[in-house]
Design a protein around this ligand. Structure first.
Ligand SMILES: Nc1ncnc2c1ncn2[C@@H]1O[C@H](COP(=O)(O)OP(=O)(O)OP(=O)(O)O)[C@@H](O)[C@H]1O
Length: 311
């Protein structure tokens, strides 16, 4: 196992009856990175996460956490990560402080240490003012922050977040992103699942796109975007009779003659740098243009191409 890998997943497979929920999935998570599992509803993200975190037994495959096989060294592997998300179990009727105390004690901290760690986490997650309120009075955002705080009691170097911001409003979601970035800055490795492309784009260093249980693509958000095609340049030729001249310039620049709609031309650039020389040559050919736009493909485009497009 490479020193750089926090996790190694090999040929992970899970069936529920006839439903192949996770099909031969393999990937590595490097230390210090944010690794995103991205996919539509029912793609198999949670099932994959549950197998990695030993909550669910795989039908086949192997998982190593910091070099420790979860099948043979489960207890040790489990002690090396924190888990938060859809199945975090916190008691509704007691306060945030009491919840943290209970989990700290369950994790083997002495009473004094548990108290100190609880105070630290309440401060870190801006929960001091609500620390003594029962959880049932907490907002969704406060709940998520508490869930995360609970999973950090033992200061794990590896943290799993299952859909950390599902159901949160945009402001609270942004706060959560800031919290997650803070953990990364302190050196944590993070694995998160999300259905939100923007979240994956904002947070993840690398992404595994999962669809119908299969890993369909892996790469940085930028790599995934690049795969759907490059930058698209669109402009309108002011005088209709100059369309031909514009197309000639495009062809000479090696980007084809583009797609023509009325007097509007659209071309895909292999490199953004081609833009300058195209504009220069158009000016030299005295082709006047307007309504110029340059669009980068979004992660949405990549996701659609990789998932929906394949089925
Ligand atoms: N305990 C279970 N018993 C039977 N089928 C299950 C079970 N858990 C998951 N599945 C099925 O396995 C497939 C993958 O589900 P999973 O929850 O892993 O998807 P997901 O990508 O996490 O989706 P979501 O974004 O909706 O949480 C789905 O078809 C789901 O119905």
């Amino acid at each position: 196992m490479s020193q750089e890998n926090a996790i190694e997943v090999r040929h992970l497979t899970k069936r529920f009856g006839t439903n192949l929920a996770v099909a031969d999935v393999s990937f590595d998570v490097h230390q210090g990175e944010v690794f995103g599992l991205l996919g539509p509803n029912g793609a198999g993200k949670t099932t994959t996460l549950r197998m990695i975190t030993t909550l669910l037994k795989p039908d086949a495959g192997q998982v190593k956490i910091f070099g420790h096989d979860t099948a043979t060294e489960g207890r040790l592997a489990r002690s090396l990560f924190g888990l938060t998300g859809q199945y975090a179990s916190v008691d509704e009727d007691i306060s945030a402080r009491e919840n943290l105390m209970i989990f700290a004690r369950l994790n083997g901290l002495s009473r004094a240490d548990a108290k100190a760690r609880t105070a630290e986490l309440l401060a870190e997650f801006s929960l001091e003012h609500s620390a003594d309120k029962a959880l049932k009075h907490f907002s969704g955002g406060m709940r998520r922050r508490l869930d995360l705080a609970v999973s950090l009691i033992t200061r794990p170097a590896l943290i799993f977040l299952d859909e950390p911001t599902t159901g949160l409003d945009p402001r609270t979601r942004t706060q959560m992103w800031t919290t997650i970035r803070g953990l990364v800055a302190q050196g944590s490795t993070i694995v998160l699942t999300t259905q939100y492309l923007e979240e994956a784009d904002q947070l993840a260093d690398r992404l595994a796109v999962i669809d119908h249980g299969k890993l369909v693509k892996m790469g940085t958000p930028a790599e995934l975007k690049r795969q759907v095609g490059g930058t698209v340049l669109t402009f309108t030729v002011n005088q209709a009779e100059q369309v031909k001249a514009a197309q000639t310039v495009l062809a000479q620049q090696g980007v084809g003659t583009g797609q023509l709609t009325g007097s509007q031309l659209s071309v895909t650039l292999a490199r953004p740098a081609q833009l300058t020389s195209i504009l220069e040559k158009l000016a030299q050919a005295q082709v006047a243009i307007s309504h110029l736009t340059v669009n980068e493909p979004s992660l949405d485009d990549a996701f659609m191409a990789l998932t929906v497009g394949q089925n």
